[in-house]
Design a protein around this ligand. Structure first.
Ligand SMILES: Nc1ncnc2c1ncn2[C@@H]1O[C@H](COP(=O)(O)OP(=O)(O)O)[C@@H](O)[C@H]1O
Ligand SMILES: [Mg+2]
Length: 215
């Protein structure tokens, strides 16, 4: 069975690369052996992997061509989970990576200003790949604790037919700080709040797609 998880949104700055790298490191530390495909020409994850902590040794394959999805399929044949980080725009490469995904994760930054536009564009992202709708979930990112904004956006997404993970990625400086060393919070403090948040997100995804154990 293959397991390709694509992380995509319409917008840059939604937390795609952060989430993709955090999930990959979490799975790596828990004994699954994920590979990240960096399909973004900005190379955020490839650059993280060049820093001191090198994402704890998670392999990163760079492919910002329209064939990134094929690279993903070839690597997935090994039976290991593949996480694809896509560019922040609706490119051919992104749509192909969505079409090839077993699961699509769509980070939504909890900003109240552009919800309407976001709902419009979400549909074209998710259906733009043609064929069947991918198995997908939205996830709220950079949320502020106890603010009404995230609750409101969650309600609007669900109302519009977009399922949302229960767990959120809270706005925490720990994510950016870990990145300074090419790490994620799971590598810095396994029991810290950000690492536990990532573990909760990963576990919720497990319940949906059953991320494959390394053979
Ligand atoms: N949960 C979070 N809390 C705080 N800062 C975050 C969080 N997620 C992402 N960031 C920061 O927001 C910026 C954009 O995140 P990034 O993952 O690069 O987004 P994208 O890949 O969608 O463009 C980065 O500076 C990152 O460190
Ligand atoms: Mg990115």
């Amino acid at each position: 069975m293959r397991q390709i998880i694509t992380v995509a949104t319409m917008k840059g700055g939604s937390g795609k690369s952060t989430l993709a790298s955090c999930l990959a490191v979490h799975w790596h530390l828990t004994g699954r052996l994920p590979t990240i495909i960096d399909a973004d020409p900005q190379r955020s994850i490839a650059r993280l992997a060049l820093r001191e902590r090198a994402l704890g040794g998670v392999p990163v394959v760079e492919d910002a061509t329209n064939d990134a999805w094929k690279t993903a399929q070839n690597l997935a044949a090994s039976g290991r989970p593949i996480i694809i980080d896509t560019p922040g725009f609706r490119s051919q490469a992104t749509l192909a990576c969505i079409a090839a995904a077993d699961f699509l994760l769509v980070p939504v930054k909890a900003s109240p200003l552009d919800v309407d536009r976001m709902l419009d564009t979400l549909n074209s992202l998710i259906d733009g790949a043609g064929g069947k709708r991918p198995n997908f979930r939205c996830i709220l990112t950079q949320t502020i604790r106890d603010s009404v904004i995230a609750k409101q956006i969650r309600a609007e997404l669900i109302e519009a037919g977009f399922p949302v993970l229960e767990n959120e990625m809270v706005n925490r400086v720990a994510y950016a700080e870990a990145g300074l060393w090419g790490a994620t919070p799971s590598l810095i403090s396994w029991k810290g709040p950000a690492a536990r948040e990532i573990a909760a997100i990963a576990s919720e995804m497990d319940g949906i797609v059953g991320i494959k154990q390394a053979a």
